[in-house]
Design a protein around this ligand. Structure first.
Ligand SMILES: Nc1ncnc2c1ncn2[C@@H]1O[C@H](COP(=O)(O)O)[C@@H](OP(=O)(O)O)[C@H]1O
Ligand SMILES: [Mg+2]
Ligand SMILES: [Mg+2]
Ligand SMILES: [Mg+2]
Length: 362
């Protein structure tokens, strides 16, 4: 037996390794349920469906991560009965060796349980799943550190499904800001076009107005926040524009981290960061805007009359305290030019941030 390492694997790397491993299992569960032909569809609200695949995949992911990381806060999209018996084989014990083969970036080595929140979307693109648009479906597991999206897993259970009945299905994409993103081939979108992706099943006139104001040459309407960010990662679109409060933290945490890890950005449509601390509002009430390049150009293109309908996330007291502390250190050192804002304040201006109101039930 190998001697135990003097340097235990940091929490963030173990969390990502466990998330990658459990995403494969969640993908198997989703495929098995579709094969039964009985999706057990429930209507949670207007244009908002849940299937047995959403429920079962969440049970598997949340039970696994809770078992391995009992002190870490985990929020899943679906409201489920916490006393329900979870099948033993839903608890995945593996830590993906591919993730563990990477060195942990310096900034994450001392991260503790209380600094982390996991956001789980067990099946993103449910509407499209029920309509047979299977490649729109992803499993999303996001790792937020100090309120920022840092690590993410996007598992696409039906990747390759058009290759025929014997095709090997599924792929796992994961990333960590500061380390990089893995599991796909990055692409660059055509320079002579402006391809914009947005919702296909939750559209309204404001969403369409916002897209049109960004001067698209083509509009690609597909399902799932995860799937739309995959289009960005692979260079199939230039921007994902969603001027709606419909997406939640579990829709954007993992995709944001994977995109950010290769230099892209995902913010609200005001250009302010989306926050992921435990008591943040669940809704992305500022909408969603994601790009690989020219982020500010898209922010500027969206008219103020549209922006006025949206509100950015409010930072937590801890974030504000950290900012105050840094500001006072800057003042005491007398060197106004050398201090760098902490990462959670690096992407936007919080002076316009709205009051936090959490009306969304978990
Ligand atoms: N108006 C709305 N009401 C409820 N959910 C919405 C919504 N708009 C977007 N969403 C959710 O945001 C995700 C991406 O939406 P879209 O595919 O329309 O771009 C989907 O996640 P889920 O499929 O996990 O529920 C979808 O349900
Ligand atoms: Mg979703
Ligand atoms: Mg979902
Ligand atoms: Mg849903």
């Amino acid at each position: 037996m190998a001697a135990p390492s003097a340097f235990p694997t940091p929490l963030v790397m173990r969390l990502l390794a466990a998330s990658v491993s459990v995403s494969y299992k969640a993908g198997n569960i989703i495929r098995d349920i579709l094969k039964t032909g009985d999706l057990g569809i429930i209507e949670k609200g207007k244009n908002d469906l849940q299937t047995e695949a959403d429920r079962a995949a969440q049970r598997c992911i949340v039970a696994t991560l809770h078992k391995q990381f009992p002190k870490v806060a985990i929020f899943g999209e679906e409201s489920l009965d916490p006393t329900e018996k979870i099948p033993d084989d839903y608890i995945v014990k593996d830590l993906d060796p591919g993730v563990l083969s990477h060195p942990c970036p310096e900034g994450y080595k001392d991260v503790t349980d209380d600094q982390v929140v996991i956001w789980v979307d067990p099946l993103d693109g449910t509407a499209e799943f029920t309509q047979g648009l299977l490649d729109h479906v992803t499993v999303l597991i996001g790792v937020a550190v100090n309120g920022e999206a840092r690590g993410g897993v996007i598992y696409q259970p039906y990747y390759n499904y058009e290759a025929g009945p014997d095709a090997d299905l599924g792929r796992c994409i994961w990333g960590l800001v500061g380390l990089g993103s893995f599991g796909f081939i990055p692409g660059t979108p055509p320079a002579d076009k402006n391809l914009i992706t947005t919702t296909r099943s939750h559209s309204d006139w404001i969403i369409t107005e916002a897209v049109n104001s960004c001067e698209p040459t083509d509009i690609i309407r597909v399902g799932g926040a995860g799937h739309k960010v995959l289009l960005l990662l692979e260079g199939k679109v230039h921007a994902y524009v969603f001027a709606s409060k419909g997406c939640k933290k579990w829709d954007t945490c993992a995709p944001e981290a994977v995109l950010h890890a290769i230099g892209g950005r995902l913010t609200d449509i005001l250009g302010n960061p989306i926050l992921y601390h435990a008591n943040v509002q669940r809704q992305n009430a500022g909408g969603v805007l994601a790009t690989l390049q020219k982020h500010q150009w898209y922010v500027d293109k969206i008219p103020q009359e549209i922006k006025d309908n949206f509100v950015s996330d409010k930072p937590s007291e801890e974030m504000l305290e950290k900012k105050r502390l840094l500001a006072s250190m800057k003042f005491q050192s007398g060197d106004a030019g050398s201090s760098v804002d902490p990462p959670e304040f690096s992407q936007g201006d919080y002076s316009k941030a709205s009051k936090c109101s959490d009306k969304t039930k978990l």
